[in-house]
Design a binder for this molecule. Structure first.
Ligand SMILES: Nc1ncnc2c1ncn2[C@@H]1O[C@H](COP(=O)(O)OP(=O)(O)OP(=O)(O)O)[C@@H](O)[C@H]1O
Length: 359
């Protein structure tokens, strides 16, 4: 698939993007970690780099920082191409890594003001205190990192990364060291600090839910390439490939054949405009787009199991003509019982049809 043109839709009098990569390519020996990656980020945007382990997310982050030298392509900041070896601090790029890398022998305040060489001592103190205030840790300024919780350490690292006012902040899996209970809160706090400071951020994650929660747009990657760029709603509702559709949430997929611009499926006719008659395609639907109707309407299915799950119930259904059972969640007041026959109905607007991709 062609990579999107990062300059598309831009008028000549628009300011250049805060960050842009053009055809970025990086290989380690025979392994191509990035293969012609082009995308752009507007000032103030939070972008999630999302993809499976090994798809090149961290390499892309490191290339933006100037820590990996591309064999082809460029990184541009505010429209200016960076020379390959220019270090992060000269680029005006800040970084925050999984382990926070706080200096244990320095106080919280000293950690936050550590990189502020360009300011006088008094100014550096004032900036560091203001950043600590922003992350809600002003009262821990004279504590040492060893006395902080995981969430507090993350906030100190965020304050330190933001202190010099970087043009772009790079965050590599910033929440992966936190337990689930803390993660939700720290994640929400981080996003509100990023928004409050107007920071432009590139955040690496392999978790689609996290990408949806924290970012304005998502760059979905696979094997060193960009698969799709868009808002979370774009990627979820209008995925351009089966890979992208399958990455987000549950997806029911079954092969079917096309005729007259529709895929004829067990669950109804799914629009597939422009597809050749007789072509084999992957027809897909998300479970939440399937509704139950009375038997006789829609695709007949038998309820194999019903489980109470608190806020809702789960039905496992065997649908006529489908090899795999379907798993649907329904409101508790729906009276369907195990053994019942129901009709399944799919809103054709919510159906997805993709060509069969080579592996
Ligand atoms: N310094 C290196 N030397 C050799 N191979 C490398 C190096 N850095 C990365 N790679 C390889 O490049 C590919 C992309 O790695 P990268 O770390 O960017 O992926 P990732 O998407 O960030 O993965 P993860 O989510 O597991 O961190 C992988 O196959 C990795 O093994």
């Amino acid at each position: 698939m062609a990579e999107p043109d990062p300059t598309e839709g831009r008028r000549s009098d628009d300011p250049p993007p805060r960050l842009e990569t053009r055809g970025l390519t990086i290989a380690f020996g025979r392994k191509t970690a990035l293969d012609g990656v082009s995308f752009s980020v507007r000032a103030g945007e939070i972008i999630a780099l999302l993809g499976d382990s090994g798809c090149g997310k961290s390499t892309l982050l490191r290339a933006v920082a100037g820590l990996e030298q591309p064999s082809a392509g460029h990184v541009l900041l505010d429209g200016r191409a960076m020379s390959a070896r220019m270090p992060p601090e000269e680029r005006g790029v800040g970084m925050m890594f999984q382990d926070y890398a706080l200096f244990p022998h320095l106080t919280v305040l000293q950690n936050v003001r550590f990189g502020l060489h360009r300011w006088s001592s008094g100014e550096a103190d004032a900036i560091a205190k203001a950043r600590l205030e922003q992350v809600g840790l002003a009262d821990r300024a004279s504590s040492y990192p060893g006395t902080l919780s995981g969430g507090e350490s993350q906030r100190v690292a965020l304050a330190r990364a933001l202190a010099p006012g970087p043009r772009v902040l790079l965050l590599d899996e910033p929440f992966s060291n936190l337990d689930r209970r803390n993660r939700d809160r720290v994640r929400a706090d981080t996003v509100s600090v990023l928004h409050a400071t107007g920071a432009t951020a590139l955040l690496v994650t392999h978790d689609p839910e996290e990408a949806l929660l924290v970012s304005d747009r998502i760059v979905l990657m696979r094997e060193g390439r960009i698969v799709q760029i868009g808002s979370g709603a774009d990627l979820y509702r209008r995925p351009t490939s089966h890979f992208a559709a399958n990455f987000f949430g549950d997806l029911i997929t079954f092969p079917s054949r096309c005729m007259d611009g529709v895929a004829r499926t067990q669950l109804g006719a799914f629009p597939a405009p422009g597809t050749a008659d007789g072509a084999l395609v992957l027809s897909c639907v998300r479970p939440e787009s399937i509704t139950l109707s009375d038997p006789g309407a829609g695709c007949p299915a038998r309820v194999i199991r019903r489980r109470f799950l608190g806020a809702f119930s789960e039905l496992i259904l065997a649908a006529e003509g489908l090899a795999e059972p379907l798993r649907l969640t329904v409101a508790n007041d729906i009276s369907t019982r195990e053994g019942d026959i129901v009709g399944l109905h799919v809103d054709s607007e919510a159906s997805l049809v993709f060509p069969i991709e080579p592996d």
